[in-house]
Design a protein around this ligand. Sequence first.
Ligand SMILES: [Zn+2]
Length: 418
Amino acid sequence: MARRLFDKLARESADPPGVTRKSYGEGERMAHALMIEATAGFGVEVAHDAAGNLFITLPGEDRSGQILVASHIDTVSHGGNYDGAAGVVAGVAAQAIFHAAGRKPPFDLTVLVMRAEESCWFPYSYLGSKSALGILDPSVVDSLKRSDTGKTLAEHMRDEGFDPEAVKRGASLIDRKRVVAYFEPHIEQAPVLVNAGIPLGVVTGIRGSFRYRNATCVGAYAHSGAMPREYRRDAAAATGEFVVRMDELWEDFLARGRDLTVTFGELMTDPQQHGFSKVAGEMHICLDVRSQDQAVLDEVRTLIDPMVNEIGERRNVRFELGLLTGSSPAVMSGPLQEMLIAAAETTTTSYRVMASGAGHDAATFTQVGIPTAMLFIRNENGSHNPDEAMDMSDFDHALTVLAETLAAPVDRWRLVRG
Ligand SMILES: [Zn+2]
């Protein structure tokens, strides 16, 4: 069943090279319809919320609780077929397993297909999960515009038959007290599992971040041959030192077993003023720091000011870090991680316990206090490109572990709520 769904998704959203399923576009609409069609014979209940998030519910033994298996099904332009879709298809395939066995899941088992996760269409994080939980900032409904059409989110919602006014009021089909657990299976977007030769990852948390997107180092332009070293105010050399010092700091944190990533994504001299024979008078700097651990983020942040001040003073330049933005780390539920690990061990599936570097809708569910877990599936060549390559046998491993977890008796789930 899963293979047929992946093939059909790929065929019907083909946009060579790769696939395109725009948020609130034709491809996303097709994918939602396909999931409804695939589950039609299972005795499921189908509902859409005001934002168009889709809920496909297989009634459980105990209807007072609900387990969500969720992901998105939109893609970037010319993206791969599995980012997002793998989680949705895993949910549908898990429902198929219960149906085929003539068994009810312990609680209502809902596949939640969320809208608009890929922020290339609407420049906003977690639109689908925030609207599903009724916590989307109402002002963005009329202000966000889709990058290709220029039409607002409200207009796109209306075009698809949904109700932006209700979204603004915080309408939601999710009763948070009823949700026992949220699972998001997802392809891994880094090569950790591929390099380790392991099919599955049990995710401990989603890294939070702080960013200086618009920092500068200001020195003074000067003649490269004439200006002696001691009089230089070289922004390029000072920035280079900053980069190396941050890289050493990163290494040091890793050596102490602390989770951290440090990335300078943009480093530029000013093309209006720079020149082959000029000392650089200014550098644009973009710094992104991530960790699963808020304490690490706080510690690194407090180390940066003295570091750039010291470099600046010695090299006679000035660092201006500018606006600080970021997000908090999302810690996955310990009991749910244990259930996934127990299921992997019961089914002799090898797994690795690991952090997620990229953001996922799961972070929004963690934020509102819902026990959340993610299962990563080995995938080659990263994501957001047509070369994403998830092996169907790895998907089957993930499905086996997910289905085993979902079948755990009601008593086991009581531990999750703590
Ligand atoms: Zn994704």
